[in-house]
Design a protein around this ligand. Sequence first.
Ligand SMILES: Nc1nc2c(c(=O)[nH]1)N[C@H]1C(S)=C(S)[C@@H](COP(=O)(O)O)O[C@H]1N2
Ligand SMILES: [Mo]
Length: 411
Amino acid sequence: MSGDHIATGTTRRRVLQGLGVGALALGAARARAADVRLPLPSDPRDRQMTGAFPQKGQMILQRTRPPLLETPFDVFDQGVFTPNERFFVRWHWAVIPESVDAAKFRLAVRGNVQRALSLTLADVLAMPRVELAAVNQCSGNSRGLFEPRVAGAQWSHGSMGNAKWVGVRLRDVLDRAGVKAGSVAVRFNGLDEPVVPDAPDFMKSLSVDHARDGEVMIAYQMNGEQLPLLNGFPLRLIVPGWYSTYWVKMVTDIEVLDAPDESFWMKTAYRIPDTPHASVKPGETGFKTVPINRMVPRSWFTGLASGAKVEAGALVPLRGIALGGDRGVKAVDLSTDGGATWAAAKLGPDEGTYSFRRWTFDAASAPAAGGRLAALVRCTNADGVVQPMQQPWNPNGFMRNGVEALDLAVA
Ligand SMILES: Nc1nc2c(c(=O)[nH]1)N[C@H]1C(S)=C(S)[C@@H](COP(=O)(O)O)O[C@H]1N2
Ligand SMILES: [Mo]
């Protein structure tokens, strides 16, 4: 069990100190000028960087309370796995425990089951262990690029991250409790709480079949370490291929339901238009909605950002990362003629269906006469689903996955 050891005392002290330091540093940060300009279509684009949050390195500060921390995009150029200290952070409510006592922590499994359980961390660690690489992507990743602009956190592309998760199958935990016939959904709740008592506690649910598919897991390790507190220490749900709204952090309560989950975060929030690409026209109303669910393919340029200068006549190597969504990456293609023709990029090692995949493209030619070098990147997943040329739009700013462009200045 040593590899799975979850520290108790040290985590608690470190976290408490960290939040204290954070509050001071944030006070100082307010007086500072902006550190970073996000590639958003309209202002405000400027953000401050912060190193003030416990177990986190330099992050883009999107909001202080509750913390919304974005991963600086250059991190995605450094490797397909996102280091824990640079992994993005998003919480809905500000009442988040500043520490979790691993010895006292319990995971309850209850509701429509044969035996209600109250598991210690040691109980969980003693169960068969599984490992899986998977991208955790916020439904609103890249929301700040929506045109026309929509309300909500104005993320650039950094509310996503990829990690190797180690934990136990949710199915094994549910089987231990014995899901009763007639169950329809399984609901997950974490230790965080709303600031005001009548606000809806953050909870999400999955269908019983999905919860028992053998891939959904309860993770206690992220990239070989215990989870950072802000990413859900000590346990979080991993729902491979689905948006991270379902990846409930600090999960402490699992309830098997014999009726559909009618609570706020399923019935009202996190719903998408039931249309192709979850897209509607700005101003359109009266469309049917469904809970957000599977991720769709995406791809990004890393290393070079729009606006960078390259030499006239140069051969410019391009590289980046891709994500297949709920299926693996089948192909990544590049176009330098606005999408008229496409050429295949080389794919890097396959780290698993739900992981980021590195891609490289030997070289695009910068025009000898100068001007611009514009490139497009497009991912096709193993189901043949292709990124659309046009960016989808919906009023919540969810599921951006249109083809992204790199626009270089040639001189
Ligand atoms: N307990 C709890 N889990 C949660 C949330 C939350 O507010 N509370 N937010 C969800 C959403 S919308 C996102 S984007 C991810 C963010 O995961 P991260 O902070 O580890 O990057 O956590 C998910 N799990
Ligand atoms: Mo999210």
